[in-house]
Design a binder for this molecule. Sequence first.
Ligand code: F3S
Length: 389
Amino acid sequence: MHLNREEEKILNGEMGEAKRKAMEIIVKLGDFFGAERTIEIDNAHISGISYKNIGDPGIDFLKKFSEERVMVKTTINPIGFDLDFPEFFSTDNSFISKQMEIVNIFKKMGVSPSLTCTPYYIDEIRGKQHIAWAESSAIVYANSIIGAMTNRESGISALASAITGKSAYYGLHLKEGRMATHRVILDFKPSHFEHSVIGLYIGLNIKNGIPYIKGVSGNLDALKSLGASMNSTGSIPMFHAEGITPEWREAGEGGEIIHIGREDIHALRESYSIDTDPDAVMIGCPHLSVDELLAIAEYLKNRRVKDKKRLLLFTSRHIRNKIPSVISEIEKRGAKVFSDTCMVVSPLSSDYVSVGLSSGKATFYLGREKIKVVFADMETLMGMVTYED
Ligand code: F3S
C-alpha cells in the first residue's frame, strides 16, 4: 500500500508508539485486502468494549493506546451495565470497576462516551462520507440506509482509524466494492417484526455478500432490525433495499436469486423460539429509537407489568434524554428503560431462565448462551408480561 510521507513517519514511530501501532494495523489490513492507499475518515465507532466480552486482555490492549487522542469524532458501543444502575446488572464490584476502567481509557482518549450501538442517532452521518465503524448492526445501517461508506471494521481496526484519522481504501469505500452479489425477492409483504427473521434467513443463506432486496418495508426501524439480524447469522456489510438505499439503482443485478416466502420465515422463527411463558421480556437490540419508544408507551398506556415479570427496554442515553416524559410514562407502567448497555453485552440475561425477545440478533446470541428464548413480535411479548389496567 502506498503511504505518503506523514504516514511513513507515523509507521516509523516518529509520532509515538501508539500511533505507530495504529498505522501498522491499517497497513496490514490494506496490504491483505489489496488497498492502494489510505483514505481520510470523518468518524469512527468502536465496538467490543464490554468487560464481559474483552476481559483483562482487552484492558491490557487498550492501555497501550491510552496516552493517544483520537483524530476524529469517535463513539463507543454499550458496556456491561447502565451507569446509573450498575447493581441491577452485576453485584460483582470487580466487574464494575474493570468496566469503568475501560470507559475511562476511552474518555481520556477524547472518545465520546456514547455507549450505544446506534451512533447514527447521535451524529449526523451523511451519504458518501467515509467512516470507520465497528458494530455490525451500525455498519450495515450506515452503508445501506444512510449511504455512508465503511468496511466491516473490528473494534481494533476502528480504534486504529480513530487514532490516525485514516482507513485503508478498499472494499466498501469503493463503488465496485458495494455492488450487489445476490438478488433477494420477498414473495410477501413482511410485518415490522418479520424483517428481523428475514435478516436471519438472509444471513444463513448468503453468509458473505451484499444482497439487493426487493419487497422490504420503508420503515427505518424495521430495516435496522433486518440489518442487525443478517449480521448475526452472516457477515453482510450492506444491503440494497429497492427504493430506499441511496445508491440502489447503481447496485447491479446481483448474482444468485433467492426467493423468500412467509412459510420460510415462519419455520425459521419457530426454530429459534420455544413455547413458554417468559420471565422477562427484553426489547431494544439494536437500541430503541424515539419512534419505537413512543410505540411502546402507546401500547402500555392502559397496561401494567405483572408481578414477578419484567419488561426491560434498552436505548441510548442520548435518546433517553430527548424524551424524558415518554420514558417516565413507560416506567410508570412498571417497565424499566436502561441506557449504556443491552441484554447481550451485560450479564443480565443469565439471571432468567426464559426471556422474550423481538430481535433476531439478540435471539441468535442469547440462544447460544443456552437461555430459553421466546422469539416473537413486540406486542405479543409485551402482552405476555403485562395486563390490562
Ligand atoms: Fe446493540 Fe447489544 Fe444488540 S450492542 S445491536 S443491543 S447486541
